[in-house]
Design a protein around this ligand. Sequence first.
Ligand SMILES: Cc1cc2nc3c(=O)[nH]c(=O)nc-3n(C[C@H](O)[C@H](O)[C@H](O)COP(=O)(O)OP(=O)(O)OC[C@H]3O[C@@H](n4cnc5c(N)ncnc54)[C@H](O)[C@@H]3O)c2cc1C
Length: 474
Amino acid sequence: MFPCGWRSRWALKRLTVSVEPNSSKSADGLERHVVCSELVNRITKLQRRHRVVIVGAGFGGLAAAKALRSLAVEVVLVDERNHHTFQPLLYQVATAGLDADDVTYATRGIFHRQRNATVVIGSVTGVDFDERLVDLDDGRRLAYDHLILAPGAVTHTFGVPGVAEHAFGLKSVRDAVEIRSHVLACVERADGDPLRIEDGLLNIVVVGGGPTGVELAGGLAELFSRVLRRDFPGIDLRQARIVLVEATDRVLRTFDPKLSRRATRSLERLGVEVVLGTAVREVAAHHIDLGDAGRIPCRTTIWAAGVTPAPLVERLGLERGPGGRIVVGPDLTVPGRSEVFAIGDAAASLAADGAVLPQVAPVAIQGARHVAAVVEAHLRAEAPPPFRYVDKGSMATIGRLSAVAELPGGRRLSGPPGWIAWLALHLVMLVGFRNRLNVLTNWAWNYLTYDRASRIVIDPPGEVLRNRGEERRR
Ligand SMILES: Cc1cc2nc3c(=O)[nH]c(=O)nc-3n(C[C@H](O)[C@H](O)[C@H](O)COP(=O)(O)OP(=O)(O)OC[C@H]3O[C@@H](n4cnc5c(N)ncnc54)[C@H](O)[C@@H]3O)c2cc1C
């Protein structure tokens, strides 16, 4: 029998959530570890508090863990990365406006004051729903009483040939830094050999006219026209083409058509070529094929055309709905499992009118707060409330002093008022005071000086291009 003092409970909790597999990594060691971990899970289940395991420390996972702060539960937050990423500002990292550190925050740091929360870094490989165990890639098994699945989404290639091999996605801070390094390395290369500009060395094609594509295209156009122009006086950067390709007949399709037109005009004023009603046929290393609209020679294609649930979702064997997202009921539980929830980009949660909610941060955050309320209702043996999403509007920025915003009640903003609203909202939503201060300082610096502080290419530019097959090793 295990003693029940707080020291032993603490030790058991540590064992359950952070025991490492045998360092020899032998199959035997791993098996012993799994058996040991399962035993500990079973024994501690008798002693531990009600445990809520959350998979994913994105917008949904963080909000859920915080909303469970005051409940008498143990919260275990699992993520394969050790940091939370503020995805809405990734495009500013890609366009040299912000540092990678400004849009990320160490997850352990977010929760060090929340006494009922433990952070586990590891990749979830599956869930045994009958035994209520979450499997990690290193062999650990985490027992749960409630499980919240919030693994988010990854770039969706739609099966277009060449996207996986030749295009950049923009889902992680690594993607953003890779785009920045590649674009800057191409400009360095053009500075050394200006004749290559004619082959499309400086052309950039952004695919997808949603908020991410629009923001990225606008940010790149400003980077070239206002910042790099001064760094590279020896080459004519007006030869660089920034092209935004959208399959439907307007950008920002989910916004009012008037705002879409304003956004298109603002992009064109910045020098972006907006190509509408055109689907990409193929992405190659040195061009993009737009079918009837022709080929554009380019070395940089950025795929911002859509997302699909994280690979874990396919492995879970749960019922999936539109876009491959996990089907959930009105209380966000998965069918037949009242103790398992899915939220955020990975879930197909529904609005009151039955429409599938978009894959945006407010849906993940509101879903997270709702499941915390359902967990509380379960603990009190009360009927859980249904999920009601409150649409607080959408926004997209196009560049300096230019943004469009659609607010509740049909109000719309554009130009400088929209831009200020966009800046304020993103500052408020960022995690951590240090990040807010850094972002505010960077924005003020960029605004006043037309400069962008983060134009660092960590590896030698030649190596960056060689790694993508752009240059031969001499
Ligand atoms: C470039 C970009 C710009 C955006 N701009 C906006 C915007 O302006 N406004 C807006 O509302 N929304 C925006 N979005 C969408 C918004 O970021 C998402 O809707 C939101 O992040 C979804 O939250 P989530 O918690 O479901 O997933 P995420 O925030 O993506 O978090 C998922 C987490 O799960 C982890 N994970 C995945 N698989 C595993 C696994 N197997 N094991 C362990 N951990 C795992 C990931 O590491 C990640 O930390 C943007 C998205 C992108 C990519």
